[in-house]
Design a protein around this ligand. Structure first.
Ligand SMILES: Nc1ncnc2c1ncn2[C@@H]1O[C@H](COP(=O)(O)OP(=O)(O)OP(=O)(O)O)[C@@H](O)[C@H]1O
Length: 317
């Protein structure tokens, strides 16, 4: 049975539908990513999974429970790191970890967690005195301190320096290896590619693709780009007729062509048959960035809207 099941989830603010029939399910032990441009509805979706927002239509289940109706039970098995969190300015790191541990019947030992997140030196520091990255790491620790079955991380590495980001990725992999299911909202392609078993690409409130990172890259309109300077004239028509070819262009005497792995194979045999030497041959694989751009609309909705009364249904974290 999937740990998280979202079916036809719809959420409207005023007359704007920001989540529009989103469906996905997350299997036990998976790192499942939600990737999409600003304003795509990612946070709203995960807040419905956390029971912080009430869906207008559709169903959400976490371990078979309704996150709104069974909020108390869901909070015991789901740890959440929210995108914009605050704590009392004067609370110390140690006090926050102890306080959050006390909310749970069987908390994890927070000391090794604090150690892994590089917070041991900061246990006596007040929240207001922490740097952005330290606050972020504290929130990750607080999401994990209840020893949850599922953890929801919303932009967990935003604001972290490259080393802290890599350490955090390792931590998330360790968390998954210990059996915890991870639902991850991210903007970072590298993060999604490195961590996620599967990714739902969300654009304008809808899931536009759901696949493994490799599967998404394979869907990019042209998964490979090739460029070279031919030693003798080559007919563009012949290049355009290669199987799987996406585009053919010329720039400063160089041929630039996009296509699939098969296009590259066939191009190489064509060049051999025509006895053409491909000077400065470069073959570049598509990345998750290319797939992302193919799978999302060119102009993402970044419009800021005034908060509606709906904010009232966002419970205190
Ligand atoms: N309480 C609210 N009242 C009105 N509109 C809202 C409210 N919360 C979010 N929105 C709007 O809903 C849309 C989706 O927001 P959401 O935060 O879910 O997107 P997102 O994909 O997480 O974006 P980002 O990547 O920028 O965090 C945005 O246009 C946002 O302005």
């Amino acid at each position: 049975m999937p740990v998280i099941e979202v079916n036809g989830l719809t959420k409207t603010y005023g007359d704007r539908t920001v989540v529009d029939g989103v469906s996905f399910s997350v299997e036990e032990g998976e790192i499942f990513g939600i990737l999409g441009p600003n304003g795509a509805g990612k946070t709203t979706t995960v807040e419905c999974v956390e029971g912080l927002r009430t869906p207008d239509a559709g169903t959400v289940r976490v371990a078979g429970l309704d996150p709104v109706a069974d909020h108390g039970r869901v909070t015991l098995l789901l740890g959440a790191q929210l995108q914009e969190s605050e704590l009392q300015a004067k609370i110390t790191v140690r006090e926050a970890l102890e306080l959050y541990s006390a909310f749970h019947p069987r908390p994890a030992d927070w000391r090794p967690l604090a150690e892994r997140l590089g917070l041991t030196e900061r246990l006596g520091t007040r929240f207001a005195k922490l740097s952005g990255g330290q606050k972020q790491r504290l929130f990750i620790a607080l999401a994990l301190v209840g020893d949850p079955r599922v953890v929801v991380l919303d932009e967990l590495t935003t604001g972290l320096d490259p080393r802290a980001r890599r350490d955090t990725w390792q931590l998330i992999e360790d968390v998954r290896d210990s059996g915890v299911t991870v639902l991850l909202v991210t903007h970072f392609m590298e993060e999604a590619q490195r961590l996620c078993d599967r990714i739902a690409v969300v654009d304008r409130g809808r899931v536009t693709a759901l696949d493994t990172p490799a599967g998404l890259i394979g869907r990019a309109a042209a998964s490979t780009a090739v460029s070279f300077t031919p030693s003798r004239p080559l007919d563009d028509g012949e290049l355009a007729a290669l199987p799987g070819v996406g585009s053919v262009a010329r720039k400063g005497g160089r041929v630039q062509l996009t296509g699939t792995d098969e296009t590259v194979d066939e191009l190489l045999s064509l060049l051999a048959r025509r006895r053409v030497v491909a000077g400065g041959l470069r073959v570049v694989d598509a990345t998750l960035d290319d797939a992302f751009l193919d799978l999302t609309a060119p102009t993402a909705d970044t419009t800021d809207t005034t908060d509606t009364a709906d904010t009232a249904d966002r419970k205190e974290a």
